[in-house]
Design a protein around this ligand. Structure first.
Ligand SMILES: *Cc1c(COP(=O)(O)O)cnc(C)c1O
Length: 406
């Protein structure tokens, strides 16, 4: 649905008229549709969608998620705070950090968010401080590789995330000796789920481990729900995955005294396609080999193409019916910051507005002030209305935390 979910050029140009460029534009109805798809796909389970807010954590988006009834998956105490400010009850916030200080972990535990622990020594420390007073979820590394080569593999043996599935005996000893309450088991491999069956083989390992934990109220399968970036991209067949996982969970629950809920943590799946990033062409530069279109942005605003080599479809919304020509789209940062090489785009003139699709996830949240540039504005389109949700930064924002050093 990458094509049909794009807002009309007219609406996008209206946003530019309101707040100029560069600007991130998000469509609330696309977020809602994606959430509904998940609810339908996992209809066979007691589902809780924990939105992974590192994908996009602007307050208006978090408030929208809260209104739509999702929980929140967070990775830092600051994200927890953002969630609280957006109105989330702490009980609906899951905290899944990596390598944070014990002080931070304790502070979040006291706030009342669901703690997820992914290191044996931390589990032990938590147990000795809190015993069974605060329930804990355990993040397991099942050593699967659901994306990439599409095989169950021990390839992730070196991953810094999770407690190895081979260390469960040790975990059980710690839990027993400290009288800990383990209410959840979690896995998130981070890789794209391309094949439901491979993912399910990994899930099987989690269900095995779950047999040893009588107090579980949920199992959390993380994310990895891939969305299409290119028109012919493979994406996760969420409907197939949902049906199969729910079926498996049902079998598992039949043997339990009380059934466990199913949690998932989509980030990208909920917000990627809802977002479009708009930039203006500063310069069209013909070199001996290439025609460059240089825009008023760079990896300071959208780093995914440079960091992950990811593809973002680019359209010239100022001249949509222009003759397609081949361009390399680059930024204005004094570094190599190529958004796209040799892309066919409707003829570009200086001043045209280029739209980058699928920019809702890991766009603004990864933006920086490199080169002294200001971070973009953000706009939410809801019920056909254009609502600014973040103003563009000013030079004062840039120096706000500086001290004069005297
Ligand atoms: C980043 C992250 C997610 C979300 O991943 P997406 O690919 O954006 O869906 C979910 N869970 C955890 C623990 C994460 O770190």
């Amino acid at each position: 649905m990458s094509g049909d979910s794009s807002p009309s050029a007219k609406l996008l140009l209206e946003c530019v008229e309101h707040v100029s460029t560069p600007v991130y534009v998000y469509q609330a109805d696309v977020i809602e549709q994606q959430l509904q798809r998940l609810k339908d796909a996992f209809a066979g389970a007691d589902l809780r969608v924990m939105y992974a807010c590192k994908a996009l954590s602007t307050g208006a988006i978090l408030r929208l998620m809260n209104e739509l009834g999702t929980g929140l998956d967070t990775v830092s105490i600051q994200e927890v705070e953002l969630g609280l400010r957006a109105g989330f009850d702490p009980s609906r916030i899951l905290y899944t950090p990596s390598m944070v200080s014990f002080d931070e972990l304790s502070a979040v535990a006291k706030i009342g968010a669901q703690i997820n622990i992914d290191t044996i020594s931390v589990l032990e420390q938590f147990g000795s401080v809190f015993g069974g007073t605060i329930p804990v979820c355990i993040r397991i590394n099942p050593h699967i590789m659901a994306g990439g080569n599409e095989r169950i593999s021990t390839g992730h043996i070196d991953s810094k995330f999770g407690i190895s599935i081979h260390q469960m005996r040790h975990v059980e000893r710690i839990v027993t000796s400290h009288g800990m309450l383990i209410n959840g088991l979690h896995m998130h491999t981070g890789s794209d789920i391309l094949d439901a069956d491979v993912f399910l083989q990994g899930a099987e390992l989690l269900f095995d481990v779950a047999e040893s934990f009588p107090d579980l109220t949920f199992v959390d399968f993380g994310s990895g729900f891939k969305v299409p970036y290119k028109p012919d991209d493979i994406s996760t067949d969420i409907e197939e995955l949902g049906a199969k996982l729910c079926q498996r969970l049902k079998l598992f629950n039949e043997k339990r005294a009380s059934p466990v809920a199913l949690w998932i943590e989509p980030g990208k799946f909920l917000v990627s396609q809802a977002g479009t990033f708009l930039t203006r062409v500063n310069v069209v530069k013909q070199t001996t080999s290439t025609v460059f279109a240089g825009v008023d942005s760079g990896f300071n605003h959208l780093i995914r193409p440079m960091l992950y080599n990811s593809y973002h479809h680019i359209t010239n919304i100022s001249n949509p019916t222009g003759t397609p020509r081949v361009y390399s789209v680059v930024g204005y940062i004094c570094e190599t910051d190529t958004f796209a090489w040799d892309r066919k785009i409707a003829e570009i003139h200086q001043g045209d507005v280029l739209a980058f699709s699928n920019a809702g996830a890991y766009g603004f949240t990864m933006a920086s002030n490199y080169n002294g540039r200001l971070r973009p504005a953000e706009v939410l389109i809801r019920h056909g209305r254009i609502v600014p949700i973040r103003r563009r930064e000013t030079i004062d924002d840039l120096v706000r935390t500086e001290l004069d050093g005297e």
